[in-house]
Design a protein around this ligand. Structure first.
Ligand code: ZN
Ligand code: ZN
Length: 152
């Protein structure tokens, strides 16, 4: 179990998440590029999350992913900072947008996905797993996170 603290850009919303970190990866798909208004998105997956929020109720927006699943993004209603993503299926992890954490020093992604649409100037860590699209199975990403956790 870990406890993670973070907030949106304007500070109206603060959050605490208790849970087990499953993995951390960067996604270079065009949806993440547009959502982050940047070159790629990052996702920190937390299993069995317990979320505590302070501030106004989060706004949300739901879209259908290429694999046909319903995914909801939650964000600060004041400044619009995206905080969480969650896919609607039982047992799905909470995906924290990890740039919103108070402590981002240990956030080194173990994998890069959707590299087929990555910006050409982005240089990937050769030690990280790479997938041109969505990984057929996320288990290797979870294993890679645990491997580097036990190393640290
Ligand atoms: Zn805000
Ligand atoms: Zn993406």
């Amino acid at each position: 179990m870990q406890t993670l603290h973070g907030q949106c850009q304007c500070g109206s919303v603060r959050y605490t998440v208790h849970g087990t970190i499953a993995t951390l990866f960067a996604c270079h798909c065009t949806e993440c590029q547009r959502q982050s208004a940047s070159a790629f998105g990052m996702a920190l997956w937390v299993k069995d999350p317990q979320v505590q929020l302070s501030g106004p109720a989060l706004a949300e927006w739901t879209r259908t992913t290429p694999s046909g699943k319903s995914m909801t993004g939650r964000f600060c209603p004041v400044c619009g900072t995206r905080l969480f993503h969650q896919v609607a299926f039982p047992g799905a992890p909470l995906s924290i947008k990890p740039g919103t954490l108070d402590d981002t020093r240990t956030l080194r992604p173990v994998a890069h996905i959707w590299t087929a649409s990555k910006q050409p100037w982005v240089q990937l860590d050769p030690a990280a797993l790479q997938y041109p699209g969505n990984p057929p199975d996320f288990a290797p990403l979870v294993e890679a996170w645990h491997a580097q956790e036990t190393q640290a």
